[in-house]
Design a protein around this ligand. Sequence first.
Ligand code: PCA
Length: 205
Amino acid sequence: MTVVVSGFEPFGGDATNPSWETAQLLAERGEELVGDRVVAVRLPVTFAGAWPALDAVVREHDPEVVVALGLAGGDGRVRLERVAVNVRDARIPDNAGAQPVDVPVVPGAPVGHWSTLPLKASLVAVREAGVPVEVSGTAGTYVCNDVFYALMHHWGSVPGRRAGFVHVPDAGAVPVEDQVTAVAAVVRQALLGAPEPRVAAGTES
Ligand code: PCA
C-alpha cells in the first residue's frame, strides 16, 4: 500500500515549516514507522498551486491514504482536523501575493467535507504515543483549509480511500521527532481502517 504525506514550504516570514520536515522524515522511515511506502510532497503556500501539486503526486502514486500536514502555531498540540470548509478568507497574502476574501474553494460545491481519517482512533493512538493532540473543528480559511477541502472534494470522499488534514505545532512546542511519531500513528490507524472508539473530543465553543 502507498501513503502520500504532504507538507508545506515556509510562509509568513518563517525560515522553515515543520510540516515539511515531518513529511520528509516519514517518507525516509515509512517502512519502519508505518510498514508501507510513504511518498512525501512539499506544497507551495499558494491558493493557486497547492492543490495542483498534491493532485499530481496523488495521480502518479495512486495511494490508499493521503494525509496533508500544515503548521498552525497555537496551543502546542497536534490538531486532527475534522472538517474542511468551502471558503477562502486570507488574513495575510499567500506566497504568490494572492489574498482572496470570501470566495469559495470550489464554486458551487458543498459547504463542507468531513475528514475520512479515523479521528478518534487516531486521537487515542497519538495520546498513547505521548504526544499532545486534539480534534479540531476548524482548519482555518487559508491555504491549509484550501488543500484539505480540495483533497476531500476531488479525491478523498470515495469509499475505501482515507484522507484528511493534520495541523502540527511549532517545533519549539512539539519537536519534529514527536510530530513524526504522531503522524505515523495517524497513518497506521488509517491503514488499519480502525473502527472509531466512542471518545468525546468536542468543545463547548
Ligand atoms: N500553514 C498554513 C498554510 C501553510 C501552513 O503550513 C495554514 O494553516 O493555512
